[in-house]
Design a protein around this ligand. Structure first.
Ligand code: ZN
Length: 97
């Protein structure tokens, strides 16, 4: 009777036991491929990646609430203000003359 560490939790189990006494992993079912673990990881990634992208987009929108559209910088507003000021000044000059 020899002991063998469980591949999942590391608990030493007798080689005669079919199931790990700690986590219930079938120690005799060594032929079971590790694809189940990879499938679980893939499912977790598939569920977490869209969630993470959504959270990142939300955070970016929260960090930059004043400039949602980069094609319309605030310089255009300043230029329109300057143009309006120039028009008022030119009209005032004409009125003075
Ligand atoms: Zn175990």
């Amino acid at each position: 009777m020899s002991l063998e560490p469980c591949k999942v939790c590391g608990t030493l189990n007798a080689t005669e036991t079919e199931i790990c006494l700690s986590c219930g992993y079938p120690t005799q079912g060594r032929k079971r491929p590790a694809i189940f673990r990879w499938v679980a990881i893939a499912l977790i990634i598939c569920f977490t990646l869209p969630l993470l992208s959504g959270v990142i987009n939300w955070l970016l929108l929260q960090l930059k609430p004043n400039s949602p559209n980069p094609n319309q910088p605030q310089v255009s507003f300043r230029q329109s203000d300057l143009i309006s000021q120039l028009k008022t000044q030119s009209s005032a000059n004409c009125a003075n003359n």
